[in-house]
Design a protein around this ligand. Structure first.
Ligand code: B4P
Ligand code: MG
Length: 279
């Protein structure tokens, strides 16, 4: 990729691109996000993604998950509503009304259903985010609305057939090629997350630290990005801002305690003050 098409994403970029929220706004202004996440073995993924979404300004969150998962997480996330067995229903071609953006993948371990659900979502005129269990090698047909994928190097290896070593030594190059060839936004996670856009441009994130090297941090990011897809009009900066803020929360927390002792659900506890300091 041409060096001039890439930049570091910094706090000024966030401050100048994160939208203001109108005095006359209501929950409809900020959209309804659909999150297809969580399985009986991984209920927390839906909770962490849900917290990420609700605390990043989404209007309404509908979590498509099992009755079992919903009953576990609803006490920690009373703001969300549920679409029971949403993955199975979506795989059959059903969708709830009024969805502005959808994210699928955290805590999902049913590849066939996920594939069918992606096919259903793909036909809808909404931005889509694919993470975790939704990241497989597949051929994508072009679509109008943005697609964001959030692989860690292990998932990017599974999607591309390249080794983790090769990916890690050519992060910008490979993310950019994938973004251009498949016309989607690639968020290749890890230290200095790389965000490659389908037009060949890209940004590198500098926030975050090893307190994020724990189960659930990626799920939180997915929820935050879902909220930004619902609330922001410029999708390129929205994705960069989500990655920046996720890392900035981690940086804020380790000022006060050792990274080892950080629980991932704390990330969104500090999000409000992190945003306040930036804007
Ligand atoms: P999974 O078991 O699939 O992990 P997961 O459920 O997706 O975890 P989660 O959703 O919580 O976190 P995610 O990584 O999505 O796979 C993990 C396996 O993949 C590992 O065992 C490993 O084999 C491989 N793998 C993953 N990351 C790798 C890497 N960087 N290098 C080599 N192999 C890797 O999201 C984590 C979030 O935390 C991201 O936003 C990431 O950018 C951030 N983060 C993690 N460590 C960070 C650090 N040191 N500094 C800054 N940010 C960091
Ligand atoms: Mg993950």
């Amino acid at each position: 990729p041409h060096a001039s098409k890439w930049k570091l994403w910094d706090r000024t970029d966030v401050a100048t691109t994160l939208s203001d929220r109108s005095t006359f706004s209501h929950k409809g202004s900020f959209g309804t996000g659909l999150l297809l996440a969580g399985s009986d073995e991984m209920p927390g993924s839906a909770l962490l993604a849900g917290l990420g979404a609700m605390r990043t300004g989404i209007g309404k969150l509908v979590i498509g998950t099992s009755n079992f998962v919903a009953s576990i997480i609803s006490t920690r996330l009373p703001e969300a509503t549920y679409w029971f067995d949403g993955l199975q229903k979506c795989a059959k071609g059903q969708l709830i009304q009024g969805v502005r953006a959808a994210a699928i993948g955290p805590g999902l371990n049913a590849p066939y259903l996920v594939e069918e659900a992606i096919n259903c979502l793909w036909e809808r005129d909404i931005p889509l985010l694919l993470d975790a269990g939704a990241l497989m090698e597949r051929n994508y047909t072009p679509r109008e609305k943005p697609v964001v994928i959030t692989p860690h190097p292990g998932e990017f290896s599974r999607m591309t057939g390249k080794s983790i070593e090769e990916i890690q030594s050519n992060r910008i190059q490979l993310a950019s090629e994938y973004a251009i060839n498949n016309q989607m936004i690639v968020v290749l996670k890890g230290t200095y997350t790389v965000i490659a856009y389908p037009d060949g441009t890209g940004v590198i994130n500098t926030t975050g630290n090893h307190c994020l090297a724990k189960g659930g941090s990626g799920d939180t990011l997915t929820g935050m990005l879902l909220a930004l897809l619902c609330t922001e009009t410029d999708i390129k900066s929205a994705v960069a801002n989500g990655v920046y803020l996720h890392g900035a929360c981690a940086d804020e927390i380790v000022k006060r305690k050792d990274a080892r002792a950080v629980s991932i659900s704390e990330l969104t506890d500090v999000l409000g003050s992190v945003i306040q300091k930036l804007t």
